[in-house]
Design a protein around this ligand. Sequence first.
Ligand code: ATP
Ligand code: MG
Ligand code: MG
Length: 532
Amino acid sequence: AKKAAQSRAGASYNIALQDAEMGKVVTGFPPEPSGYLHIGHAKAALLNDYFAHDLYKGTLLFRFDDTNSTKEKQEFQDSITEDLDVLGIKPDKTSYTSDHFHTLYEYCARMIKEGNAYADDTDQKTMRDERMTGKASVRRNRTVEENMAIFEGMIAGTQLQNCIRAKISVDNPNKAMRDPVIYRCNHTPHHRTGTLWKAYPTYDFACPLVDSLEGVTHALRTTEFADRNPQYQWFLECFNLRKVHIWDFARLNFKRTFLSKRKLTKLVDASRVWGWDDPRMPTIRGVLRRGMTISALRDFILKQGPSRNITLMDWTIFWNINKKEIDPIAPRHTAVDQKETVRATIIKQGPEKAYTEERPRHNKNPGLGTKKVAYSSHLILDQEDAKLFEQDEEITLMAWGNAIVPKINRSSLDFRSPVVDIELELHLEGDVKKTEKKITWLSTEGQSLIPVELVDFDYLLTKDKLEEDDNWEDFLTKQTEFRSAAFCDANLAACKTGDIIQLERKGYFRVDAPYKDGKAAVLFNIPTGKTR
Ligand code: ATP
Ligand code: MG
Ligand code: MG
């Protein structure tokens, strides 16, 4: 969290909030504790933070919008608090919509008494059809007494069939204005208020009232809520409450994944992923576990800015920003695939005995210090490299020098068959600029090689953008996890969980589990924006 605060992106946009006064702007980020935060939420949270703190030196409120006990949990609530902290966002105040349940109950009762709301037990489908066709509910003209009695029954838990609807309009061209539901029954215990309430305000009803009551001056909402803006203002007018400015911004969408807690919950529940922090998940935890840095995540999101143009983001841009961040600071290591490893013996000019040398961890960043590199006449190489060698070719052993390949033993006479072992003649006088093949190698003597498991992942979805009528479950990628084994230089033994390294010629990796008690370290491949 400290690190994120230091590397604040210092974003600035040519955008001002309406009627904003320096020091007096209050924004609010209202997540529902119904899942872990995804990178779309990070955008909403960072924009609220930007306007409140960076631009207007005002106040950032953070409110758990916990009005649906069926979907919400303490675990989600705790993770949201932690993830905001990880992003370096420091709200000035934290609250809960559930703190206001009694007040909201009173506001609803008042609406009923003033003839502005009614109880309705029309079944869901009929209600939806009536809303679509602009038809009044048969319950629309119940008496205040009848409505109040039903509402009290809903609160007491004796009444289950009804909901309460605001009496706004039957046929307003904006369907969000057609008598929206403001209270509904739910007998699932609430993670904060337990069984105290048997009916809860809806988001549509609670959000404007609580925003206004808590002092929000500017509510930032994603554009898909724009149809509901008049409704938001209607509730405030209904109670003569302080007006709140609404600022709409574009939601963040990414190719080949979904930013929806509902769908992500299904993946977790069906064990399609290991959990909310799975490196394939577009959650804040997921992308950090995959190897995104906090500052690159902030930079990326803040670069999107508060525009209203909805775009479908490509992951390559996301990971490319990260690559620029990690490349100068990722220590370099060497790994050789365990599959079909090729043994190389230096038969001429090689060292008689193994020795080690201190070499820079990063050629361009001396600040990273040095590592031990072991040299001997017994090496292992990748099959991928060795199978391309030609007899008597001169190659370069990276960070050592040139060598000639006088002998190549293959598993059969066929020149395409795998190489089993080769012989080398070290030729350190050779010009490394003249060779075509610069290859990775590890000495099997003078160090203990560290076994590592390399894990790569594919996107969750097979299609860039799901259409409205696509059944998303049909587009889940079948295999999204790919594992391979490798040996790594001895320096890897000191790497800890969370370290980001580069394996020369193999890419960037994040250590998910360190080497311990002889068990292979687990390294996640970090996309660079080139492939995925
Ligand atoms: P989800 O569908 O994933 O559950 P939500 O909007 O229902 O999203 P909330 O917890 O209510 O989830 O969201 C908190 C805030 O985050 C809201 O203001 C919402 O507009 C914003 N938000 C959610 N998804 C995105 C997104 N993809 N891009 C930008 N902002 C988002
Ligand atoms: Mg929501
Ligand atoms: Mg949602």
